[in-house]
Design a protein around this ligand. Sequence first.
Ligand code: CO
Length: 251
Amino acid sequence: MPVSIKSQREIELMTEAGRILAIVHEEIEKALHPGMTTLDIDRLGEEVIRSYGCIPSFLNYNGYPASICVSVNDEVVHGIPSSKRILKEGDIVGIDAGVIYKGYHSDAARTHGIGKINKEAEELIKVTKESFFEGIKYAKEGHYLFEISAAIGRYAKERGFGVVRDLCGHGIGVNLHEAPEIPNYEMNRKGMKLRAGMTLAIEPMINAGNDQVDWLDDDWTVVTRDGSLSAHYENTVLITENEPKLLTLLK
Ligand code: CO
């Protein structure tokens, strides 16, 4: 599949989809507290998404049964919200959400601590976010896709973390997942040339331990094989001739 270049009108719609998703994440972050369930997060997220006239893109996507992916501690991504999963002080929780606004998608993830978390967890969340910002130093016209991948992977690996290889970022637009695939590790080639108007969901998934992951029997939840903590950070990014625009971050 060729990588789509968005028109000015499409960029406007994706900008709005991104702005709304940034608000969804802010609302969820404000509400997080020990004692809440992962289903509470899903309910709140879906409510905010719909209050802006958007559709939660994850709901029923390939059969996914909720609007928000909520991944706790050793869960890497795609945790399924449950009324039985109660968050407690010291947990870390990955929140991944996507919305559709007038036919255009945005996709973003954050990882937060619940109450006070330990040093290792703090460091993992920080490095995961920083690795994204390392990557997007190369997210501009004239650079190559796998320069982003290599920068993310190198940054996290150098700090002793495991860089998940079984899941990637992706192009995004009229579909949640479009070409290209965006690995978070160094490739042996430079990949496609980046052009203004491409929109990419860049999403490092980083483990405190090694890079190995497993899928649970629910066929969704990805967990670290060694039981270590994992963090996820993602934004929908617009490539331009200059600095990239982070569509899912409020200025
Ligand atoms: Co994504």
